[in-house]
Design a protein around this ligand. Structure first.
Ligand SMILES: CC(C)(COP(=O)(O)OP(=O)(O)OC[C@H]1O[C@@H](n2cnc3c(N)ncnc32)[C@H](O)[C@@H]1OP(=O)(O)O)[C@@H](O)C(=O)NCCC(=O)NCCS
Length: 148
């Protein structure tokens, strides 16, 4: 298994992970549009060409916004989500250090909140009815992540 930057050949694999992980998965057009952004950054965990997990988002100057993180159910709880996040915080395409990381997470998503809080993320607010099914989001922040 290797963790490496997302490339065009991984798109269908990422969308397959999206579909098994999320009730409101992104489709091809949404992901392709995101990938066109010059500040888009993403990593995939791949084994024998199969995408097992991914993390993606945007970096603007020293701020990183994590837009999505997913690991195939059969690979969950084996450290892959943490490895993806840790690698993501280390990779820096823009020079300088990431100083702040932001993300939204469903209020009901205990596994993801457990991962983020164990990495040092803390709650800075909530977004009411943020998701298409009406669920609220917590807004989490991480300051000056340890990247060694
Ligand atoms: C959230 C997610 C990416 C975590 O990936 P993972 O590979 O299972 O996570 P890891 O094995 O690296 O676990 C890291 C930590 O997360 C927390 N965690 C993960 N799964 C958990 C669970 N089912 N219950 C409680 N805590 C959990 C724990 O703190 C865990 O650390 P520990 O194993 O030392 O206790 C994965 O559960 C997933 O893809 N979920 C569906 C998509 C999703 O919700 N994405 C997040 C969107 S914001």
């Amino acid at each position: 298994m290797e963790i490496r930057p997302l490339s065009a050949m991984d798109i269908s694999g990422v969308l397959a992970v999206e579909r098994v992980c999320f009730s409101d998965p992104w489709d091809f057009a949404m992901l392709a549009e995101m990938m066109l952004s010059p500040v888009f950054r993403a990593l995939v965990a791949v084994e024998q060409r199969e995408v097992l997990g991914f993390v993606l988002g945007y970096q603007v100057a020293d701020e990183l916004q994590v837009a999505d993180l997913g690991v195939k159910p059969r690979c969950q709880r084996q450290g892959l989500g943490r490895a993806l996040m840790e690698q993501y915080l280390k990779t820096n395409d823009f020079g300088g250090r990431v100083q702040s990381v932001f993300l939204e997470v469903r209020v009901s998503n205990a596994p993801a909140q457990g991962l983020y809080r164990s990495m040092g993320f803390y709650e800075i607010g909530q977004r009411s009815r943020y998701y298409s099914d009406g669920e609220d989001a917590l807004v989490l922040r991480l300051d000056a992540p340890e990247t060694k």
